[in-house]
Design a protein around this ligand. Sequence first.
Ligand code: FES
Length: 112
Amino acid sequence: MPDWIRIASTGECPPGTSIERVVEGRMVALANVDGGWHAIDGLCPHQGGPLGTGHLCGTTLTCPWHGWQFDVATGRHKLSATVRQAVHEVVERDGELFVRLAPDGSAGASLP
Ligand code: FES
């Protein structure tokens, strides 16, 4: 079972925004959806864009490079059922955010 790793303080990611962090060598996009925390793999599967620096609207995160969109709650691409980012667990403790990384290779898998 992977460990919980500090990723940011809550103040670094205000509601309605996302940020990019590197956790154990993996890019992670951390999003604050009205106080609900979500984290997905931050490397866009299209051409490697930085998802965490994209625009967040509701749970939809738009890649800043070419506009691919992902749901930060599920990791799913908004149009393609076969493209999905890994989703990482997030918890908040005393103003600090911690993630537990999903296994490597879980991104891009098709859901049933
Ligand atoms: S790199 Fe993300 S949409 Fe192209």
